[in-house]
Design a protein around this ligand. Structure first.
Ligand code: ZN
Length: 204
């Protein structure tokens, strides 16, 4: 694996580091948590000790849960040509670290991220009446009630949790699986995708 040069933003020293390229939770289960807390992406300058987050273009491949997520910080769709089209796999790409860990958090639970993104959009439109929401992120499932919990980031930086019932997921999932075609290729499924998908579903 080739090494790369990184310039410390603080002391300006140029250092060598090994960029991330593939992340395999099946080979090393500890990387799961390191992606969720972002520690896998932290680089510490050996000269001055400053820590920075580095977004390397890299592929997260979860064999057990059958999905791959590309982190493509340049926003460009990765070429699918390097991989055999694996039946049953969800192939996704995202362009920032928050979306990367959110996408993994959704897919490793066996959830359909298309349905979750549509739920986020519906919730976003509801919350907008009272709150200035800038970002909505899937957080977890409430084991007791089956509710889906989301973290809403507000314009003043505060966070608030909001929930949607599991029945909404089931209903949206049915619509998505019966009426939408998603190509078997690396696709970007985010709230913009959800807005287009809702337009399509309502146009019928
Ligand atoms: Zn430094």
């Amino acid at each position: 694996m080739a090494k790369a040069i990184i310039e410390c933003p603080h002391c300006k020293k140029e250092c060598e580091r090994r960029p991330l390229s593939r992340i395999s939770p099946d080979r090393d289960p500890a990387v799961r948590q390191k992606v969720q807390d972002l520690s896998l992406f932290r680089w510490k300058c050996p000269n001055c000790g400053t820590t920075v987050l580095v977004e390397d273009p890299c592929l997260y491949h979860d064999i057990a849960n059958q999905f791959m997520v590309w982190l493509a910080p340049d926003g460009k769709k990765p070429e699918a040509g390097h991989f055999d089209p694996l039946a049953g796999y969800a192939l996704r790409y995202v362009d920032d670290l928050n979306a990367f860990r959110e996408k993994i958090n959704i897919l490793e639970r066996g959830l359909d991220d298309r349905a979750v993104e549509i739920m986020k959009l519906i919730l976003f439109l509801q919350l907008q009446h009272d709150l200035d929401v800038v970002e909505l992120v899937f957080h977890d499932l409430d084991e007791r009630t089956g509710d889906f919990r989301f973290a809403a980031v507000l314009s003043d930086g505060a966070e608030q949790y909001a929930a949607m019932p599991g029945q909404t997921y089931q209903r949206v999932l049915l619509d998505v699986s019966e009426r939408l075609y998603t190509p078997h290729d690396f696709v970007k499924i985010d709230m913009q995708w959800a807005a287009d998908a809702l337009d399509l579903l309502r146009a019928e």
